[in-house]
Design a protein around this ligand. Sequence first.
Ligand SMILES: [Cu+2]
Length: 132
Amino acid sequence: MSGKSLLAALALVSVTLGTVAWTRNAPPPGKLIVVKMVDVSATQFKFEPAAIVANAGDTVRFEQTGAMPHNVDFREVPPSSKLGEAKTGPFLAAAGEKYDLVIDGRFGAGLHNFTCTPHEALGMKGTLTVKK
Ligand SMILES: [Cu+2]
């Protein structure tokens, strides 16, 4: 084995050991779950998908795709959920605007019903099931 290939082999071993250490110490990265806010027509709006399931550590990204302003307002949540300011998200107006919600300690396990405040009567509703 030449000196050069020995160095390359050592570098590979150290990268491999580094990966193992990282896997042991860091929590697994959460998933990114994208929910689009869609203008179906002038009088019909929806969250797509409307039913999502998330684990602790995941991020739910609400993404505006339409022209009407939409938000996320949690209405019925498990008793263990303490959403605080996350109960009602900001209005997203321009297409492409995003609102990221990290599923952290504020979210208890179970079913969370949410709606878009101005379009609740038009059926813009969704469910977030948190698994722990
Ligand atoms: Cu809306």
